[in-house]
Design a protein around this ligand. Structure first.
Ligand SMILES: [Zn+2]
Length: 342
């Protein structure tokens, strides 16, 4: 039990207007036959006797109900009302507009943002459109006749903008993830970690911020050494990438898709029918994903290979046991991490 603040208002217990304590405590509520713990707000009148000094007004009651229902949503893995508000605001739509876009009853979103708990099927749709703005665009087109021409143009241009930014990153991540469909379980091929695209993006940005020139082949080698060294030290890869033996050394599956990620910043330079990729840092990424252990390993890899040209690092890798003992296009087991020494 804690006092959150004192409020001056009319007290229904003693009938006077005076200072009331607004307190909170952990309470239980039954929602859809489930017992849910939530934070309950209530007022205390200091002039009334113990046991008869608590009350809840209409506004506080509604807030408590919302809290309890949101706790139920969290428990059941459903989106909370705040998350639904955030999703809608991201698309700059009113409650009615979003409901119409999805072909639902006009009041549906308004209810989900307050007290009504959404069915799982509706929750799935909301989750999908949160990630995939291209899908939202598809829903909007399908329900075009529900909007005035002007309104439709307005909403579709906002969604189109979203598709060009976060939507594109989402689609590209899906392509990369689809390359890893056979590696969703932890194994010697992914170094007992599953693919972590957020981390890959941060690692690339970190390398790019520390190295004056960073081209694709060198980057891919740095990733391999990072993962192998992490495996050697912690028994797990850092990124979950799976590497194959290529003539130029180890390359991760989906290396072309990694370069195409929207959060991976790169200049493409066309040179004699060959594309050169020059990576640079992305200051918009949340670099806190990299912990101290990660940074330690990245710095070690950087200090070893900083001055290596692409050719130097390829030649260096050719001497690795992991390279000598595997055939062309074969997967490279992380167990070779034990032999990596830099
Ligand atoms: Zn009172």
């Amino acid at each position: 039990m804690k006092v959150s603040k004192n409020i001056y208002k009319e007290c229904p217990l003693c009938g006077e207007t005076h200072e009331l304590e607004l307190r909170t405590r952990i309470s239980h509520a039954k929602i859809k036959d489930d017992d849910v713990e939530y934070e309950e707000y209530y007022y205390v009148c200091p002039k009334s006797p113990e046991g008869e000094n608590e009350f809840v007004d209409g506004k506080t009651h509604n807030m408590n109900m919302l809290n309890a229902r949101n706790m139920y949503r969290v428990k059941m893995g459903l989106m909370t009302s705040e998350e639904i508000v955030k999703l809608r605001e991201n698309y700059k739509m009113s409650q009615v507009d979003l409901a119409k876009t999805l072909g639902w009853g006009e009041a549906t979103i308004s209810r989900y943002e307050s007290n009504l708990i959404q069915y799982e099927a509706y929750d799935s749709v909301l989750r999908m459109i949160r990630l995939n703005s291209y899908l939202t665009y598809g829903f909007l087109k399908k329900n075009k006749e529900k909007f005035s021409e002007e309104k439709y143009a307005d909403i579709s241009s906002t969604i189109a903008r979203e598709v060009k930014t976060s939507g594109r990153e989402y689609l590209r991540r899906q392509v990369l993830e689809s390359e890893y469909i056979d590696f969703e379980e932890e194994s010697e091929w992914n170094g007992y970690s599953v693919l972590n695209i957020d981390k890959i993006e941060c690692i690339i940005s970190y390398f790019a911020s520390k190295l004056k020139i960073l081209h694709k082949i060198k980057l891919m080698k740095l990733l391999w050494y990072t993962d192998m060294l992490n495996y050697k030290q912690c028994g797990k890869s850092m990124t979950g990438l799976v590497y194959r033996h290529h003539s130029m050394g180890a390359l991760p599956i989906g290396h072309d898709e990694i370069v195409e990620l929207d959060n991976v910043l790169v200049d493409k330079i066309e040179e004699y029918e060959l594309t050169k990729y020059d990576f640079y840092p992305n200051n918009k990424l949340d670099m806190t994903i990299l912990d101290l252990n990660d940074i330690g390993i990245l710095d070690k890899v950087i200090s070893k290979f900083e001055s290596f040209s692409t050719r130097d690092i390829v030649e260096y890798m050719h001497k690795e046991k992991a390279y000598i003992e595997t055939g062309n296009m074969e997967l490279i087991s992380y167990s070779y991490g034990e032999n990596v020494d830099i």
